[in-house]
Ligand binder design. Sequence first.
Ligand code: SAH
Length: 244
Amino acid sequence: MYRCLVQTDALTAERIILGREESRHLQTVLRVREGETVELFDGAGLTRRVAVRTVSRSGLTLAPLEAPVAHPRLPTEVTLFASVIKRMDWTIEKAAELGATRVVPVLTERSVIRIAPDAREAKAERWRRIAEDSVRQCDGAWLPEILPPVTFEESLPRLAAEQPVFVAALSPSARPFREALAARPERPAKAGYYVGPEGDFTPAELERLLDAGAIPVSLGPRILRAETAALYGLSLLNATYLFL
Ligand code: SAH
């Protein structure tokens, strides 16, 4: 079904009018017509099916077909601490698909990608658009929160709020991720997952993460690309917590 992200106010209104900007995707890409059904979502848990009443250059008018439907959040809030990598757009798309609650992009010492401080908010905006597209196409109701990139140092204080935090670590002390999850049979309200960049964490960074309480986990004997490591961990967290 056609889906469109709208503000909560618009979604809950009795007569819904979407301006040019909001209806652009529906109008120019999907070319919706009068009478067709569209599902609105607000990215904060509400969806609502509506019928297209009128189509014009200035926008669309829509008539609700049902009351707004509230979808619960995933039972465990997952925060992905993702070192900024070349394939960051892909990583954001997949994190949104897999229902991450939040993505904290981190500029680590060996990150190949550098982002000047004054370009960070714009970068986050771009990633938010990617997450929106991703959630739209996978029938999601919740958008992940995408923070502007932070430095490695800035990421550390955030760890305390997201415990347990697992860090994908290429070190002999890391135990298999599945084992680390099985050791904590209760479903936590929150969980964090921290992944390094293409060039890996520096030993000092990994040590700082462990000092901050992160649990080192292994993804197996192969050295995965950073984006694969992100996808792997999020999938495992889903497989564990969604069905627990
Ligand atoms: N270029 C580095 C590898 C970096 S892999 C090298 O050749 O050594 C990028 C990130 O993915 C790592 O920092 C780690 O967080 C994660 N990762 C990849 N494979 C992993 C594995 N088998 N176990 C745990 N973490 C892994």
